[in-house]
Design a protein around this ligand. Structure first.
Ligand code: Z5A
Length: 219
């Protein structure tokens, strides 16, 4: 429940394939929001809580995660998010802080549902159970060619992929198509942005969209 007289913060998520520029744009949006006096925090997934960071390690780097089945993978992503929602996101929104999420439930819908080919109804049910009614007010999908995104990511991290990154190109192409289908189905929430435009152009577009959609916060 929202405390009386206090405006709930805005919840924004960023989605897209590796290297599409989520972290870059989140940092810029955070700065712009702070500059106009809005309190803001960012989260990342998997991770963002002590439990979530352990899950992240298991999912991405730990040798114990090597034989994870797709079903276990799905449940681990969901567990990380369930913790993050209740421990971090909901309390922040309730005290009026804006939350910018580097990935949220659309990642699971697309990576586990489409990429891993898990049953869509099961993924939707588990996603719903994990987040309850905590859904983003707006989502920016940074869309880009999978090969280009991959080569950007390699430049940052070097050529040693973690467990999630170590998939064939077809996996990432399916993920991209899955994201675009999701955006088409939910145009009121998900805005597609061409991630191959310049960093500055994308920043301006995201800022304009936020100013327009959440104008009551900018008086
Ligand atoms: N995953 C999942 O399967 N299911 C789930 O439910 C969740 C996640 C939540 C998390 O990866 C992995 O988990 C991810 C999905 C899966 N696996 N994959 N593959 P992560 O958190 O380690 O990393 P990531 O989310 O994939 O993102 P990233 O690689 O860190 O990239 P990014 O944040 O989107 O991009 P960036 O760091 O801002 O930019 C990359 C480089 O490009 C950098 O040098 C920038 O300066 C440059 N850049 C950025 N924008 C531009 C533009 N516009 N032009 C030129 N260059 C640019």
């Amino acid at each position: 429940m929202q405390p009386q007289g206090m405006k709930r913060g805005v919840f924004i998520s960023f989605e897209g394939s590796e290297g599409c520029g989520k972290s870059t744009q989140i940092a810029r949006l955070e700065t712009k929001l702070r500059d106009v006096g809005i309190e803001v925090m960012r989260t990342r997934e998997p991770g963002g809580t002590a439990v979530g960071e352990q899950i992240r390690h298991l999912l991405q780097h730990a040798p114990e995660g090597e034989n994870l089945t797709s079903e276990s993978e799905l449940l681990l992503f969901a567990a990380s998010r369930a913790q993050l929602v209740r421990e971090v996101i909901q309390p922040a929104l309730a005290r009026g802080t804006w939350v910018i999420a580097d990935r949220f439930l659309d990642s699971t819908t697309v990576y586990q549902g489409i990429g891993r080919g898990l049953n869509a109804d099961a993924v939707a049910a588990i996603n719903g159970f994990a987040v309850g009614d905590c859904l983003p007010d707006a989502t920016f999908l940074l869309d880009m060619d999978a090969v280009e995104g991959h080569s950007r990511a390699v430049k940052v991290r070097g050529d040693t992929p973690d467990r999630m990154e170590d998939q064939p190109l077809a996996f990432f192409e399916a993920v991209r198509a899955g994201y675009l289908n999701l955006a088409e189905a939910q145009p009121e929430r998900i805005q597609v942005i061409d991630a191959s435009d310049s960093i500055e152009e994308i920043e301006q577009r995201i800022w304009a969209a936020c100013r327009q959609q959440f104008d009551e916060f900018f008086c």
